[in-house]
Design a protein around this ligand. Sequence first.
Ligand SMILES: [Ca+2]
Length: 350
Amino acid sequence: MCVNSKNSTLIINNSESQYQEQYASNKDAGLFLFRYAINVIVSQAQRLNKGILILKIRYHFAHILLSCGAIGAMIVCFWMVSALPAASQDSTSPFNSLQARLAGEGFDPVMLKNLFLNPDVHFEPRTMSLFFMHSEARVNYDQFLSQDSLQKARKYIQDHLSDLNAAEETLGVAKEVITAIMLVETRLGTYLGTSSIMNTLSSLASMNDPELRDVVWNSIQEDRRPIKSAFEEKANAKSAWAYQELKAYLKYTGREKIDPTTIHGSYAGAMGISQFMPSNILAYGRDGNQDGRIDLFNPSDAIMSIANYLKNFGWKPGISYEAAFDVVYHYNHSKVYVTTILKIADQLKG
Ligand SMILES: [Ca+2]
């Protein structure tokens, strides 16, 4: 995808007019054009898409052939053959400004370059359009209170009793509320989400780019579009939020030596059985199975991390319903969500 081609082409045109003026007064036109071609191609390689780059190379190559002798042309030819693959790889990503911003904040440039060159990392206009699409759809929370769901939750408690007891004993959080959260979030780890966390957060973080916003806006079907001003406002707010989450994600995956392209989760970037956002993993993640790593796809780690999160926001043994409501509300700012969690927990205690 090329989203900066308009700007890049304007830059090239300005450069050309300046150089063409110098060309008229330059006695050694061939040498000048040779230097010009090298300078322009190198300086623009990062910003141009592959197609434009190839066109520009053809343009400059033709001028050089006309102006220089055979030896000069051969030198340029060898240089271009060696430079083309690297230039075209670097130039196609809509994440170039995001990559530069992350490098500016101390992330390893080599790591970033390799990451964003990975073919699995790409902007996802369809996921973004779903994110911003106006929808009346609501989660059916009643399904989690069915006898079938409650039975699965009771079995889960029996299967993970030692971990749940450990969380309850060390952090004071009831095993039933921990289990209720895992039931609603991921049906006890059986629905973990299929969206690439890297692509989701990178795409959302890049929504401060007006051209990418236009791409997303145009991919939303007209009858599902929100009001444009509301879309713009939400895009900017989500971009700022996702950028912080992307930084947390790269810190987490770097610390745990996980390939950032391999983790999948919700369409909003939450991951694991507990569906934590990356910043919450850094802040509240716990190593439940004591293997030296925090992996929220591991039940022991997920259980202890949920307990730690709830404890941090005020959960205590014997907590009142009202206080419990306030604590769980931090997990998901939805009253029906919190009501459902507390109803499930109550049923599981019985
Ligand atoms: Ca662990």
